[in-house]
Design a protein around this ligand. Structure first.
Ligand code: NAG
Ligand code: NAG
Ligand code: NAG
Ligand code: NAG
Ligand code: NAG
Ligand code: NAG
Ligand code: NAG
Length: 411
């Protein structure tokens, strides 16, 4: 049975500060950085050159929304102010935690052959009236969910909103009451069942995946109107433990299997679930491609041993692709989604990898809440604790949501 904790936010509610603080505490604990293992070494890949294009209809078949460039635009961006977003996480609030160079907030994505539609929260909420938009996956997609909430919250400062946490924090539900619109995040970093499914205590040395089991998670989201998935970072190790049987079963069989094979098996489980369970007349499906990390400055010509710490400019080399982004995993995702398409179910890929690769300056680095006091050694070596995985808000995930917005408007 789900435990429910509800906090209703209205402009005139008294005692709002305290409830906010507990809410923010919940949200931020959920965003605890996870131990990530850099294990894969993959060479660069080649990308097709840009074509010239004129501004035009973003939904003409000619326009690839994900092929384009970043344009400095401090008139329109950021789309909201960090402080205005009441639901901001201390993990992503870089300005609040002392970041001084704020130009990372001022970039617009310009597809080569068209323009992205400008985000309009009213238009989005009309589309979400009486509907559920659910983001499913890890802390990166949780950042995207928070970005979406901030995009909406900042435009609707006076309407009644609520945040609800159920299932021990696995499911977080943001609601705009006036529209009965629901924007949710469900924590399942590997999509299928794993020993990292606890939304707070999920650091484990040995990662174990129940590669055939998804229903325990899926029952929370499979009737949603819009589903946005991701799964990548938690897979970055060469070998995984696969469990046949349940976690409670003492006779469960464990086997160590090469990660790419496990990743594919998990995505097949996911896609088979979708094929059988999703109401094609109702639910629109999206998959967010891998979010790049910037943990090794030598990859972009920086000093060996450095990372995103102190970076204030983006990478300008066209087609730059870091070693942290595994093209083999991207291909697996593409294949699984292609197969689904052949069976009549469409999943739109939000291909954010390349455009986010450029943004080495967009990560929180050291400008976020530290959960434990820093040691003297850490203070003398900020590289060592810089977060080069997640993204500051406002920032890069806002643009991922502009893609999502474009597709929700034009199915
Ligand atoms: C791009 O523009 C150049 C010169 O304006 C033209 O020669 C070329 O054919 C164009 N390429 C495409 C793909 O439109
Ligand atoms: C935008 O940036 C330009 C150049 O850095 C600066 O002159 C201008 O004042 C900025 N405008 C705003 C609205 O911040
Ligand atoms: C957003 O859309 C609404 C209704 O479609 C419109 O009234 C409003 O002017 C738009 N806002 C902006 C900032 O364009
Ligand atoms: C409110 O939205 C939910 C989906 O989140 C839907 O199931 C329900 O029917 C809606 N309520 C009304 C009164 O339309
Ligand atoms: C919440 O966590 C408790 C303790 O770990 C567990 O017994 C319970 O089954 C969990 N509830 C849900 C809905 O996951
Ligand atoms: C989906 O729509 C089609 C055509 O409108 C209809 O034939 C079919 O029964 C619908 N399926 C469901 C599950 O509602
Ligand atoms: C995503 O973009 C990359 C390069 O930017 C490309 O190689 C890949 O094929 C794209 N995938 C899809 C499904 O569009």
């Amino acid at each position: 049975m789900a435990k429910t904790k509800e906090i209703v936010l209205g402009s005139s509610t008294l005692g709002i500060r305290n409830t906010f603080h507990s809410l923010i505490a919940i949200l931020t604990t959920l965003l605890v950085v996870t131990t990530i293992y850099l294990t894969q070494d993959i060479g660069g890949v080649e990308y097709s050159q840009e074509t010239n294009g004129t501004s035009g209809d973003p939904f003409s078949s000619k326009c690839d929304l994900f092929s384009g460039k970043w344009v400095f635009d401090n008139e329109s961006y950021p789309l909201y102010k960090e402080k205005q977003c009441k639901f901001m996480s201390d993990q992503l609030a870089c300005e609040k935690f002392g970041r001084k160079d704020l130009s990372y907030q001022n970039w617009r994505w310009k597809p080569h052959q068209c323009d992205l539609p400008r985000f309009n929260a009213t238009t989005l909420l009309e589309k979400l009236r009486n509907k559920r938009l659910v983001f499913v996956g890890d802390s990166l997609i949780r950042g995207q969910w928070l970005s979406m909430i901030c995009l909406v919250d900042s435009s609707f400062s006076s309407t009644l909103k609520s945040m609800q946490t159920i299932s021990n924090g696995s499911l977080n539900i943001f609601k705009v009451k006036e529209y009965n619109a629901s924007i949710e995040h469900y924590w399942s970093p590997l999509l299928v069942e794993s020993n990292s499914d606890d939304p707070i205590h999920h650091r484990v040395l040995e990662r174990t995946v129940r590669v055939k089991a998804i229903e325990k998670h899926a029952r929370y989201w499979d009737d949603a109107d819009f589903l946005v998935f991701n799964t990548y970072l938690w897979w970055r190790r060469p070998v995984m433990n696969v469990l046949w049987g349940s976690f409670e079963d003492p006779n469960g069989v464990y086997k160590r299997v090469e990660m790419l094979r496990v990743y594919e098996m998990a995505l097949r489980t996911w896609s088979e679930w979708l094929e059988v369970q999703i109401n094609r007349n109702k639910t629109k499906l999206f998959f967010v491609s891998m979010s790049p990390t910037h943990e090794r400055a030598e990859e972009w010509g920086g000093t060996n041993g450095d990372n995103c710490y102190k970076e204030t400019n983006m990478i300008t080399k066209e087609g730059y692709w870091g070693k942290g982004s595994d093209p083999k995993m991207m291909h697996i995702v593409e294949n699984v989604i292609e197969d689904l398409k052949r069976r009549g179910l469409n999943v739109q890929i939000l291909n954010i990898t390349q455009l986010s690769e450029y943004r080495k300056e967009g990560h929180p680095s050291i400008y976020r809440k530290q959960w434990e006091p820093l040691t003297q050694t850490q203070i003398s070596n900020p590289n060592g604790y810089a977060d080069c995985i997640h993204w500051c808000l406002p920032g890069v995930p806002d643009v991922w949501n502009e893609f999502l917005y474009a597709y929700i408007l034009n199915p």
